[in-house]
Design a protein around this ligand. Structure first.
Ligand code: UDP
Length: 236
């Protein structure tokens, strides 16, 4: 597989074309941003950890029947994935109140939700990724009803699989963000990443934060937190 020109550079990843029109290579960076780009920095080796953690979890999800864009990890930071058109939604899954939900509903962080909460945000940096509901999504034709139903059911299944797996590693899955894409033949697959950048992970015993909140909130210790997640998930 030949790596060709860069087609996209985001906050945390670069994407390259390859000599196969259905396949791209993602290259994970150490750059970190928060507060919609207002706060910038780097987290040493984050790119390596996010690449490896994402692939580890995507392989597990594939086995559990959730289709993903994952094809093959080719280096510490690079992975071959299916080329997709991204459904312009961030799907947020929440088990425990934190972050913007805690603020919006006046809840203390750490309060368990009585049932899983699904939220959608329209992916648009200029608008600040506004929250939208099913009516907005269908009226704006961000995807079809069938696609949205599938995205919702995959998201809940992913939550079940990941929550159970992480529980055994003494990690509480507080909330996380997913993105889905459509392959050339129209199949909906899980895309983007599942990593400490996009999930809230708390140690089950100490409730210590093991995710990007350490960077967002200037708590320090983000490098050790990312390393700890990699160690618990991949044993190294
Ligand atoms: N999240 C993300 N990207 C975003 C917004 C949120 O990966 O642009 C993740 C975040 O890491 C957390 C979950 O989605 O695990 C819920 O985030 P929330 O809405 O509470 O926003 P935040 O408090 O992070 O601004």
């Amino acid at each position: 597989m030949k790596k060709l020109e860069m087609i996209y550079e985001g906050k945390a990843k670069k994407v390259y074309n390859t000599d196969d029109a259905n396949v791209v290579i993602v290259d994970y960076k150490d750059d970190a941003t928060a507060l919609n780009g207002l706060k910038k920095g780097t987290i040493h080796d984050k790119g390596i950890i996010n690449n490896r953690v994402t692939n580890h979890l995507m392989k597990m999800l594939e086995k559990e029947g959730v289709p993903t864009h994952f094809i093959e990890e080719i280096s510490d930071r690079e992975t071959i994935v299916k080329k997709v058109s991204i459904v312009p939604l961030e799907v947020i899954v929440r088990n425990i109140a934190a972050g913007s939900l805690a603020k919006r509903l006046g809840l203390e962080e750490g309060v368990k939700m009585k049932r899983t909460v699904l939220e959608y945000c329209y992916k648009d940096d200029a608008l600040g990724d506004p929250m939208v509901n099913e009516y907005h999504i269908l009226a704006m034709e961000y995807c079809t009803k069938e696609e949205l139903d599938l995205i919702a059911s995959y998201s809940l299944k992913i939550n079940e699989v990941l929550s159970a797996y992480l529980k055994d590693l003494n990690i509480e899955l507080i909330d996380f963000k997913l993105e889905f894409g459509k392959t050339a033949d129209g199949t909906i697959v899980l895309a983007d990443e599942i990593s400490p950048d996009t999930c809230r992970f708390w140690d089950s015993v100490t409730h210590e934060k093991l995710d990007k909140d350490r960077f967002r909130r200037d708590m320090g210790g983000e490098e050790d937190a990312y390393k700890e997640i990699m160690k618990r998930l991949l044993g190294e």
